[in-house]
Design a binder for this molecule. Structure first.
Ligand SMILES: [Zn+2]
Length: 218
């Protein structure tokens, strides 16, 4: 994909984060890894998504060397880069402080298999232990906790989702927020029953063939 198109896509999904109430103001950050050219494009630090221009998106090498950019990258750059280096299947990363996910993360909870929809993320939504925002320690903790999951809660902080493209990573972010709210509501009135390990694995398998995999209009 052309870099100019990727820059616009990052801004479009940043605005969607606000519109879908997954973040407010300048919160959260997004990136895309153009693997063919070994270039990561990432949101700048502290700029409102609705004031952001394509030229504000920061270009960096996978090692974090900034290329031809006049903005500072998000403070969570190390976190994004660590996930790209860990997961060859991942080309997009979205981090946000969505309300219900952050609520559970602040309680130190992960999301167990209380709904079959958890299988869109994995057999559960794990929780990465707390560390200071923007630190290498946080990047390491999230990387060691994420395994093959499509997203993860970050203790006392928020959530992070990954995908083959921005559309998939965004859909995971929305799913995590939806599941967090459902789980929180369930726990407000009782203790939800959990699916058996075998069942959640079966649903994960079913989801891998769900929809229109490999089918495009072209
Ligand atoms: Zn954050």
């Amino acid at each position: 994909m052309e870099f100019s198109k990727i820059r616009k896509e990052i801004i479009r999904f940043g605005r969607k984060l606000v519109e879908r109430r997954l973040t407010v103001g300048t919160g959260g950050n997004l990136s895309f890894f153009e693997r063919d050219r070994d270039i990561v494009l990432v949101t700048p630090s502290g700029i409102d998504y609705f004031d952001m221009d394509p030229g504000d998106i920061v270009m960096t090498s996978p090692e974090g060397n900034i290329i031809n950019s006049y903005r500072n990258p998000t403070t969570e750059l190390d976190l994004h880069l660590a996930l790209y280096s860990l997961r060859p299947d991942v080309n997009a990363v979205i981090h946000s402080h969505s309300i219900f996910a952050t609520t559970l993360a602040s309680l130190g909870w992960e999301i167990p298999a209380f709904s079959y929809l958890v299988a869109l993320i994995g057999d559960r939504v794990p929780l990465a232990p707390y560390d200071t925002f923007g630190s290498k320690g946080l990047a390491e903790k999230v990387s060691s906790a994420i395994g093959a999951y499509k997203g993860i809660l970050m203790e006392n902080h928020g959530q992070i989702s990954v995908g083959k493209d921005l559309t998939s990573a965004f859909s995971v972010a929305e799913t995590i927020e939806f599941l967090s709210e459902l789980y929180w509501r369930s726990r407000c009135v009782g203790m939800p029953t959990l699916l058996e390990e075998e069942e959640i694995k079966r649903v994960m398998e079913k989801f891998s063939n769900y929809g229109q995999p490999g089918k495009t209009r072209e």
